[in-house]
Design a protein around this ligand. Structure first.
Ligand SMILES: [Mg+2]
Length: 176
């Protein structure tokens, strides 16, 4: 039997690109990579992890941007990464359902991660969900992955997070 894959599941806003506080990234011009992300992305791909985005995008559900806008942003992101490294994310899962929908796909529920695990034959126990919100690490826990919370200000680790780091440079050190 073929060995299962391992993956790093990346939250998008606040991890790959800067969040827009109180709003949504609506255009590729508003999509700004966080510099810390690049080292970690390159490293985890080089050491054999799949890199997969798991992203709530209810701005689409609210009609603030269209699915086409969202896909344009993602193709811009992928092109940038491919230009820099020769590879981009292996896959992108997003959920456009609204907060109140009770959607199983929307974080803190694990639906998107479970879909990715199934599609890519991933072992959750050797994989990590990395995010800047509690809902990211809750979703990761529910899907059976290890969880990393990024927060510059928290000093005490919440129970749902296996690891708490201040930034992605610290995460890269953890994987080296
Ligand atoms: Mg986030």
């Amino acid at each position: 039997m073929k060995e299962l894959n391992k993956a790093i599941f990346f939250d998008r806003d606040g991890i790959v690109n800067y969040r827009i506080v109180g709003g949504y990234v609506e255009t590729k011009q508003q999509f700004k990579f966080i510099p810390d992300f690049f080292d970690l992305f390159y490293l985890v791909k080089k050491i054999g992890y799949l890199a997969i985005i798991i992203s709530n995008q209810q701005g689409v559900g609210k009609g603030i941007l269209t699915l086409k806008d969202l896909e344009k942003i993602h193709s811009f992101m992928q092109k940038k990464l491919i230009n820099m490294f020769g590879f981009g994310f292996d896959d992108i899962f997003y959920c456009t359902d609204l907060t109140g929908s009770g959607s199983f796909r929307r974080k803190p529920n694990p639906g998107m991660i479970l879909e990715a695990i199934e599609k890519w034959k991933i072992d959750p126990k050797s994989s990590y969900m990395i995010g800047d919100s509690l809902s990211d690490v809750i979703a990761g826990k529910k899907a059976g992955t290890n969880t990393i919370l990024i927060n510059h200000y928290l000093n005490e680790k919440p129970d749902e997070a296996d690891y708490l780091f201040k930034n992605l440079y610290q995460v890269a050190d953890f994987f080296i």
